[in-house]
Structures are given as C-alpha cells and as structure tokens.
Write a protein that binds this ligand. Structure first.
Ligand code: SF4
Ligand code: SF4
Length: 439
C-alpha cells in the first residue's frame, strides 16, 4: 500500500490508498501522507520525553507542547499540500526533540548529579528483590527511598541500567545490580526471576494469560497490561509487601559485570586528553552506535560491527541497543587510559553524542559532518524517530540506519533523505565497516 488515510469524510472506501491509489480525494499524495505519518511518529517519541520532563519540571514543557499542538494541526485535512513545508515542519519537530532532550538531561543531572563511570554487577541477585524496567529515573528514586531499610534489594533492567551512574541514585546500598538485557527478554526473565517486576515506561512485553508471574508484575503511570497491579499515587506498599512474600534469590549468581555512566558532561571533562589522543593519531575514529533493540537477528549487526572495529576507534552508545554488545570488554585506547566503550545512558541521553561532537568540532575548528565520527543507529519505535529528526534538525549528516528500513519511508522520501542528509540504510556489518572506516 503506497498510502493509507481514513481521517475525514471524503475518505475513499476502506481508506484512501487502500486499493492502491497514490492520491487521496482531498489531493494529499502518498509522499505528503507519509511525511505526515512521520510527523505523528516523531510526536509520539517527543511525547514520551515530554512526559518525563513534565514530571521533573513542568515549567520547561511549553515550547515542546506548542510544537506538538501546531504539528498535529498541520496534519489536519486540507491544511497544507506543500512538500517543503512538510520538511520544515519535520525539522521543527526535530528541534523540539533537541530541546526536550537537553532539558531532560539537565533536569536529571541537576536532580541526581552528573553520572560517572561505574562497574555494575550483572545477573547476580541477593535476597528479596525488585527488578525495574523502563526509563523513569524520577520514579526509580522514589522507589529506592520507599524500599530503604526494608530488607529488599533493587535491580535495574534494560534502559534503567544507566541509573547506576547517577550519584544520587547509586548512593543507596540496596541498589545492587542489573539483570537481563534489552526490554524484550522480560517475559523469559520473569519466569525465573525470584522477586517482583516493575515496568515504569515503555517497553513492556505483554504477559501471556497463563504466565505464572502476573501477581508479581507491577506497572506505573502510563504503562498497563491486563492482570498486573498498577502502582497508584507513588504508593509502593503493595509492591513491597508482595516482594517480601517472594522466595529469596536462587540461580542468579553470575560474576559478570557491565559498565555505564559515561554521561556527556563527564566525557567533556576528558576533552583535553581525547583531543590530544586524536591529534596524536591514537584515536582515529569515533563510532556512535546507538538506538533501540528489537527481537530477532537484526541486532546482531551491531555486535559484529563493534566487535570488528580497530583498536583505535572509540564506541559511543546509548539506549537499549547496546545490550547487543555491552558485555564485550573493549579495553582502552592504547597508551591513553581512555575507554573505548562509552555509554552515554538512556535513549533520551542521545543528545550527548551531539554535545561531544560539538565540543570536538569547536576544538578542532572542523564542521561536525567533517569530523572522524560515524553514526550507526538502530531504530525500533517512535523514540528513535524523534532522535533521528533531532539529528537532522541539527544538520547532522552521514547517518547509517538499520537494521531494517522503516516501512513508513517510501522510495521518494528515502531518496530525499539520502540526497539531503546522506542517510544510508545498513547492509551487512562487514561491507558497511569497509565503507565507514577512514583510510
Ligand atoms: S484527508 Fe485526504 S487522504 Fe485522508 S481520508 Fe480525507 S480525503 Fe482521504
Ligand atoms: S530504547 Fe527504545 S526499544 Fe529500548 S526500551 Fe527504550 S524505547 Fe524501548
């Protein structure tokens, strides 16, 4: 189907485009229809970050709210049929994405301190345990306070891993470690995890009706699934009581570790050493390998890519896609003490890669797009769309995107993005690496 729209009374039977038409009754063509879809997907991603920001500081959301409202208005029937206006509106959405990520990042560091690198025990559980998945650090702090002194240990899952880097969160001794990988191992993990499980944002895996952990599954605010218990008004009493009824941990006694906490504000303190290493040729290239993870073999691309990078390359990552390769010990750039693997944090910390690029650009007096930085993103859902639009709005080019082409981008739009931003779809890690590595 080249387009699909059924939003107004003039809709053709079963929706404009449902029988192959490339133009709707109103005159909206498939390119405009898809650009409007991308706008809406970008807004969905934006709304997630806006909600977190609203919890931390409601005074900062006005600009973002205005863009969301204007963009929805833009997608109404018979408002705008101009291609370039659609691109401009997409860039506005991207700019709002930059703003919301900057505000969110600053609100997090103002409240929880600037993260510093930390080694986190992985897959080791002790005693009564709560496992928390999602992105909501505000809720996580409340939970750590509520469980203090209760004989309960708290663990992170997926996008909560970066919580360990924040001084005001890791000061709690009952924050013990991380369990599992990216979001989609939840169901399998909960079958064996001995404690309770809280999901405080997307991504949640809907449990099967006959699963045996529904009475141990708790959801928070917008998250919900049938049969789980919703935490109301930040009251964790029921969660704590259910956790204390659970068996003590058994079977999670791994000696593995993961590293996180390389927030861009911490990395910028290393700027002089990093620049010296670049000038001396000890660091040849930076690879931003970031984004979401999804079930399936597609994500293996990112492991293969990072594993095969030369030792003079630094890997900068964020979001849950890193779980495809964050168990690898990438070591340091030889003779510098600079780690080769830097975890900026959650998906909303993706702005850190741009901040680092801006600092290097200023120091080397070189435009960002001419720096030895390659960006290889993985996308899964709409937060990745807002991150991509944010990068485009900043004029960042030469991005590789995978592991699959987005279905909502047709050939015309892909050609436009390719010509304007040099957007490239990933193929296989070996071939892409050959193209990406600077000779
Ligand atoms: S807005 Fe246009 S394309 Fe969409 S249903 Fe109405 S007539 Fe069809
Ligand atoms: S990074 Fe993306 S896929 Fe991963 S948990 Fe967050 S929203 Fe979901």
């Amino acid at each position: 189907m080249s387009m699909f729209c059924y939003q107004c009374e003039m809709s053709q039977k079963n929706g404009c485009g449902s029988t192959g038409a490339t133009v709707g009754t109103c005159g909206k063509d498939e390119n405009l229809a898809r650009l409007q879809d991308i706008m809406v997907f970008g807004l969905k991603g934006l709304s997630a970050y806006r909600e977190h920001l609203n919890e931390l500081d409601p005074t900062l959301t006005k600009e973002v709210d205005d863009v969301m409202s204007e963009t929805l208005y833009f997608t109404l029937t018979n408002v705008n049929f101009n291609f370039q206006d659609h691109i401009n509106q997409l860039m506005k959405v991207g700019e709002a994405g930059v703003k919301v990520m900057d505000h969110l990042s600053n609100s997090h560091t103002n409240k929880f301190g600037i993260p510093t690198p930390v080694t986190v025990p992985q897959n080791k559980v002790e005693g009564k345990a709560i496992l928390v998945s999602g992105h909501n650090l505000e809720m996580f702090e409340k939970l750590l306070i509520a469980t203090e002194g209760k004989g309960i240990n708290v663990y992170t899952h997926s996008e909560m891993l970066p919580a360990h880097g924040y001084p005001e969160l890791r000061k709690y001794p009952h924050l013990k470690g991380n369990i599992g990988k990216a979001w989609f191992d939840q169901a399998k993990l909960m079958e064996t995890f001995p404690g309770t499980f809280v999901v405080n944002t997307n991504c949640i895996v809907p449990p099967k009706k006959d699963c045996d952990y529904l009475d141990r599954l708790f959801t928070y605010k917008i998250v919900g699934v049938e049969g789980a218990t919703q935490i109301e008004d930040d009251n964790f009493d029921e969660l704590i009581a259910r956790t204390l009824e659970c068996e003590d941990a058994d079977g999670f006694d791994s000696e593995e570790t993961l590293v996180t906490g390389h927030h861009y504000k911490t990395i910028l303190t290393l700027a002089p050493q990093i620049l010296e290493a670049v000038e001396q040729g000890k660091i040849k290239q930076f690879f931003v390998v970031a984004g979401c993870d999804a079930p399936g073999r597609g994500g293996e691309y990112y492991r293969e890519l990072t594993q095969n990078l030369p030792k003079d390359c630094v890997i900068i990552t964020s979001s849950c896609g890193k779980f495809r390769f964050n168990d690898i010990d990438f070591g340091e750039i030889e003779g510098t003490g600079i780690p080769r693997y830097l975890d900026l944090g959650q998906c909303n910390d993706s702005n850190g890669a741009v901040e680092i690029a801006k600092a290097v650009s200023a120091a080397l007096d070189t435009p960002i797009n001419d720096l030895p930085i390659s960006i290889v993103l993985s996308w899964m859902e709409q937060k990745a769309v807002i991150i991509l639009l944010a990068l485009f709005s900043l004029g960042v080019k030469n991005i590789y995107l995978g592991p699959k082409p987005p279905q909502f981008v047709n050939e015309d739009i892909y050609n436009f993005l390719s010509e304007t931003f040099n957007l490239t779809l990933t193929t296989n890690a070996k071939d892409d690496l050959e193209k990406l590595l600077i000779a």
